[in-house]
Every structure is written in structure tokens, then in C-alpha cells.
Write a protein that binds this ligand. Structure first.
Ligand code: ATR
Length: 283
């Protein structure tokens, strides 16, 4: 089938899903790539993701992204899951293969790294220890990304210590677990600090993290993107640190998904970023 004969289809399964910015982003790339196609929000009720995933092939979808609450539920459903998704413990992207079988992977960690590298081009993983605040699903992708990028040490801080311990066991790598009360001291000598908790998000309490011990050339990143710049990032920026917002992690997990679904690699342009930022600012 030539490109002109084909209608390209993918989507995002979630519940709720209508708040998702993914359709806006992927449909921008459909235009950027000059394709006939669509990326749709798929409101899939909890407990029904198996039927929904199995319908992708007969409907002609190349694949889909998964969001809350389906990222974990899809694990026993897909026919093959890659090692990264298994270790992170969540599937963010499903690929429909030609024979109809389903392959599950996780591109969130690629999104985090892609965004960090686009925003701070001279950032280098091996340049120093990284501090990661939080040990939930987002943290797993971030810790994996930092280990992959060659961070010599990841200092993992979480309110619930047992959750950090489980993460370290599942992911492996040079992870040091630090108690919540010691988070300010943990910043000493770090090259990177990342908030992966929900603290600082609209409607949530702020992240309380004194930055006095943070090196001036360290990079501060957040995976929260509502607001686009959290108070944590504002405080880091005010002391001269370079900062990386959370929205780009969403944007940069898109191109790896496109490569798997369609064999194409769209780009994260300033125009795309501005479009999604505007939609967030306008609620
Ligand atoms: P996600 O999958 O989006 O990362 P999650 O799994 O609910 O979400 O994880 C949320 C993270 O924010 C966790 O690290 C959580 O800490 P606990 O493991 O101790 O629950 C952290 N978090 C949420 N509210 C917090 C608070 N008030 N103080 C400290 N940490 C908090």
C-alpha cells in the first residue's frame, strides 16, 4: 500500500481521556508528515481494555497509547511486552503487528530524556549524580532514563521508603535510597534533580525542597506540566539553575511511538510546543 492509499490510525485509551493533549499533538504530526490519518481519544472504561485492545487490529489501527488506568491493566493482555515496560511496570504504547498480535512497550523514559536533551543540549548523564524525588510510575520512567543515560548514582528520595526500595529492586542500577527528611542534603554535588511527585501540580501542595545545596550548574527538571512551570522550577531558575518543564516529556514520547506504528519520525517543533502550551494555559 502506498502512503496515499493508506489511512493512518492511532489513539489514546484512558478513563477519563478527554483532557488528554495527545490527540492535538499527534494530529499536528499527521499534518506535518502530510498523511491522511487521525489520532483519536478512546474513552475505555476500567476493566474493558482487553476488548478494546483486541479491536485495534480489525479496525485498522496501527497502535495506541495508554493512560490512566490502563497502563498496568494492559500488561497481561498484550502478546509480548518488552523488557523496559516490564521493569518500569507499565505499558505506555501498544503496537499492532501485521498478524494482529499486540506488542507493549514504554516510551515515557525516552520522552523524559528527549526533552532534557532538547532543552539542555549540553546535559550529560555521566557528569554527576542525579536526585529523583518520588517513587511512583513517573519516577520509574525517569530513574530508568537516568540510569540508561549513564548517571553514576541516582539518589532516590520518597516519603514511603518501601516504595523506593521496591523501585530500586525492580529497576536495578546505581540507586541510593534517601529518606524524605534528608532530601535537601541529597542535592549536594548533584548534576540533576527531578521532581516526579504530584507535589506542585495545580490543586496539590507545593514541593518543599530547600535548594541551598544545589550546585549552580545543576539542571532541575519536573514531570508536572500543570502549571507549565512549577514553583520548584521557578525557585531553581531564580538561583540561576537551568530548568526543564514536564510538558516536553509528553511531547518527546510521541516520535518513538510513531516510529513503531508508522515507521516515521515526526519532530517536536517550537510551533507544536507553543500550541500545546496555549491549550494548557487556556484550560
Ligand atoms: P505517578 O504514577 O503519577 O508517579 P503515583 O504512583 O501516585 O503517581 O506517585 C506519586 C508520587 O508522589 C509518590 O512518590 C508519592 O509518595 P508516596 O510513595 O510516599 O505516596 C508522592 N507524593 C504524593 N503526595 C505526596 C506528599 N504529600 N508528600 C510527599 N510525597 C507525595
Amino acid at each position: 500500500m502506498t502512503q496515499a492509499d493508506r489511512f493512518y490510525m492511532a489513539g489514546v485509551m484512558g478513563w477519563p481521556v478527554m483532557h488528554s493533549r495527545s490527540p492535538m499533538m499527534h494530529n499536528y504530526w499527521m499534518r506535518q508528515q502530510g498523511l491522511n490519518g487521525v489520532y483519536v481519544p478512546l474513552a475505555i472504561k476500567p476493566g474493558t481494555v482487553e476488548e478494546a485492545l483486541r479491536a485495534l487490529h480489525p479496525l485498522g489501527f496501527s497502535g495506541c497509547n495508554l493512560t490512566i488506568p490502563h497502563k498496568l491493566d494492559a500488561i497481561p493482555v498484550v502478546d509480548e511486552i518488552d523488557d523496559v515496560a516490564r521493569r518500569i511496570g507499565a505499558i505506555s504504547c501498544v503496537v499492532v503487528r501485521e498478524d494482529g498480535s499486540l506488542y507493549g512497550t514504554n516510551n515515557d523514559w525516552r520522552g523524559f530524556l528527549g526533552n532534557l536533551r532538547q532543552t539542555v543540549p549540553d546535559w550529560s548523564g555521566p557528569s554527576g549524580p542525579a536526585v529523583v524525588i518520588g517513587a511512583g510510575g513517573g519516577s520509574r520512567a525517569v530513574v530508568h532514563a537516568l540510569v540508561e543515560a549513564g548517571a553514576p548514582e541516582v539518589r532516590l528520595v520518597n516519603r514511603t521508603l518501601a516504595r523506593a526500595e521496591k523501585l530500586a529492586e525492580d529497576l536495578g542500577g546505581p540507586i541510593q535510597i534517601i529518606p524524605w527528611e534528608k532530601r535537601a542534603e541529597a542535592l549536594a554535588g548533584a548534576a540533576t534533580v527531578v521532581n516526579t511527585t504530584s507535589l506542585g501540580m495545580v490543586g496539590q501542595p507545593p514541593l518543599e525542597l530547600p535548594l541551598d545545596a544545589l550546585e549552580p550548574d545543576a539542571v532541575a527538571a519536573d514531570i508536572v506540566y500543570t502549571p507549565l512551570k512549577t514553583d520548584f522550577l521557578k525557585a531553581a531558575e531564580a538561583r540561576g539553575n537551568r530548568v526543564v518543564g514536564g510538558l516536553g516529556m509528553l511531547l518527546h514520547q510521541g516520535p518513538p511511538a510513531w516510529k513503531l506504528w508508522f515507521g516515521l519520525e515526526p519532530t517536536v517543533t517550537d510551533e507544536l510546543r507553543a500550541m500545546i502550551e496555549e491549550s494548557i494555559l487556556n484550560g
